[in-house]
Design a protein around this ligand. Structure first.
Ligand code: NAD
Ligand code: UDP
Length: 459
């Protein structure tokens, strides 16, 4: 219905534009005629088009029918026609104004906007792809990548930690659909691939409602695996380095089984993701569902949630506001940070490969949290200091991916160093802090250089 209304609106706008052009033409004709000596009789004055617009409007509005001439008559002689020009000009202007208003209202109603240019694929190679959690940080970048590549994308999201703003650039595009849906309820769609990302990801978010986190990653995963089984789709699960817990093996290869506290504060996420992996392999073995398991390490970039409490967003926002950077514990714990575009390329490569996984996707360049604080201070500038707060419970002390499997099987390696990714992320957060209204569209995109796209997003 929405599509039919849109088509109708676009048609109406088209017709209105043609009418507008015709009227403009007749207006130009009448004006030039009047300039060339028309309007010589009665009170209908010729309106000089060289006059400023408000003045011309006033004069046209004053035009009255010339005495003794019926300007509506079918047949007028040349002299009468000349005397009617002023009247017709005023009428044409009034029509023009009405049409302009109508056109503006229709354009607004139809929500006509331009989109980034996407590759054209015909029905033979245009896959239908479901992205759960597609309105979140990672999901929205993946959606950009798939949309630009010409695929049909359905985003399934309950907007728990995601935002419509992250995908607003695609709302209304014929290849795009957004389903407001909680993944713990069954969902039916005919799709070829499923990227299953729906889950809160930052510790404060997933700890806020531990039971819901468990349900999302277990019941939600069963629902998506069931869907994949029914429609014969391939499904990729966004698992996590948290399946290794507080690791005793360093760096962490996929063969390491992990060291997770099953009842600690992180368990709702760590254990639920472990079950999600177990479910994926069970469906694969029992029902021959084609699955891919990605173990994602700490990822950062634009569109991270402003208050997700992760170290990257916390430090950048603190530094931008000249606040103290809060280091939990000694700051000697380590993390290895990957830029979001590298992760997206890894996810797509894994989905398209012949390997079930699990495959680590992360950047192996490791930093202590203290070093990372100094990197942020240096990049942002300002006067921020660091302060050391209590360590958080069960905080993994070391984390660094062994990515040899991804290199060998997918030919994948991260490309973006911190020196490139952090300034882009700082710019994103700076812009977010300065943002004042809804009319500031979400144009910033780390993966796409908009400058080469003539039709930028509407805004
Ligand atoms: P995010 O919070 O930005 O995005 C998660 C999305 O899932 C959000 O849009 C949220 O609204 C949606 N969601 C949550 N619960 C849902 C539910 N019950 N039904 C439907 N939608 C739901 O997180 P992210 O950083 O983009 O992470 C995406 C995925 O990648 C997650 O599965 C996460 O576990 C995994 N991951 C991320 C990282 C990282 O560093 N970002 C690291 C490891 C794993
Ligand atoms: N951290 C910190 N200060 C903050 C936020 C986090 O020192 O303001 C630490 C946290 O204790 C952990 C590391 O930074 O050791 C990464 O935390 P994050 O929440 O980003 O992700 P995690 O890898 O723990 O899931």
């Amino acid at each position: 219905m929405a599509v039919r209304w849109r088509t109708l609106s676009v048609l109406m706008i088209g017709c209105a534009s043609v009418l507008l052009l015709l009227l403009l033409n007749s207006y130009m004709f009448v004006s030039s005629h009047a300039m060339n000596g028309g309007g010589g009789g009665g009170r209908a004055e010729p309106v000089n088009p060289a006059l400023p617009l408000p003045r011309r409007r006033k004069m046209a509005a004053r035009a009255e029918p010339p005495d003794g001439v019926d300007c509506e008559a079918d047949e007028l002689d040349e002299h009468e026609e000349l005397r009617c020009h002023g009247v017709w000009l005023a009428e044409a202007r009034a029509d023009l104004r009405r049409l302009e208003q109508r056109l503006a209202a229709l354009t607004k109603r139809a929500g006509v906007k331009s989109f980034p240019r996407v590759k054209f694929r015909n029905y033979r190679d245009r896959k239908r792809i479901l992205v759960t959690g597609g309105a979140g940080f990672v999901g929205s970048h993946l959606v950009d990548r798939l949309m630009l590549d010409g695929y049909e994308v359905i985003v399934l999201d309950n907007l728990y930690t995601g935002r419509k703003r992250n995908i607003e650039q695609w709302l209304g595009h014929e290849n795009f659909e957004m389903a407001m849906h909680d993944v713990i309820n069954q969902y039916y769609a005919e799709v070829d691939e499923i990227y299953h990302l729906a889950s809160p990801a930052s510790p404060p978010h997933y700890m806020a409602n531990p039971v819901k986190t468990i349900k999302t990653n277990t019941i939600g995963t069963i629902n998506m695996l069931g869907l994949a089984k029914r429609v014969g789709a391939r499904l990729l699960i966004a698992s996590t380095s948290e399946v290794y817990g507080d690791p005793e093996v360093h760096p962490q290869p996929e063969t390491y089984w992990g060291h997770v506290n099953p009842i600690g504060p992180r368990a709702c996420y760590d254990e639920a993701k472990r079950v999600a992996e177990t479910l994926a392999f069970a469906y694969h073995k029992q029902s021959n569902v084609s699955v891919r398991v990605a173990r994602i390490f700490n990822t950062y970039g634009p569109r991270m949630h402003n208050n997700d409490g992760r170290v990257v967003s916390n430090f950048i926002l603190q530094a931008l506001q000249n606040q103290t950077l809060t280091i939990y514990g000694s700051g000697e714990q380590t993390r290895s940070f990957q830029y979001v575009s590298d992760l997206v390329e890894g996810l797509v490569a894994l989905m398209e490969s012949n390997h079930t996984g699990p495959v680590n996707l992360g950047n192996p360049v490791e930093h202590t949290i203290e070093e990372f604080a100094h990197i942020i201070q240096k990049t942002v500038g300002g006067t921020s200091q660091v302060e050391y707060l209590d360590a958080v419970e069960d905080d993994p002390q070391k984390r660094k991916p062994d990515i040899r499997r991804a290199e060998q099987l997918l030919g994948w390696q991260p490309k973006v160093p911190l020196s490139e990714g952090i300034p882009k992320t700082v710019e994103y957060f700076r812009h977010e802090l300065q943002r004042k209204g809804h009319n500031e569209r979400n144009l910033f995109d780390p993966l796409v250089d908009w400058s080469h796209i003539p039709n930028k997003l509407g805004g």
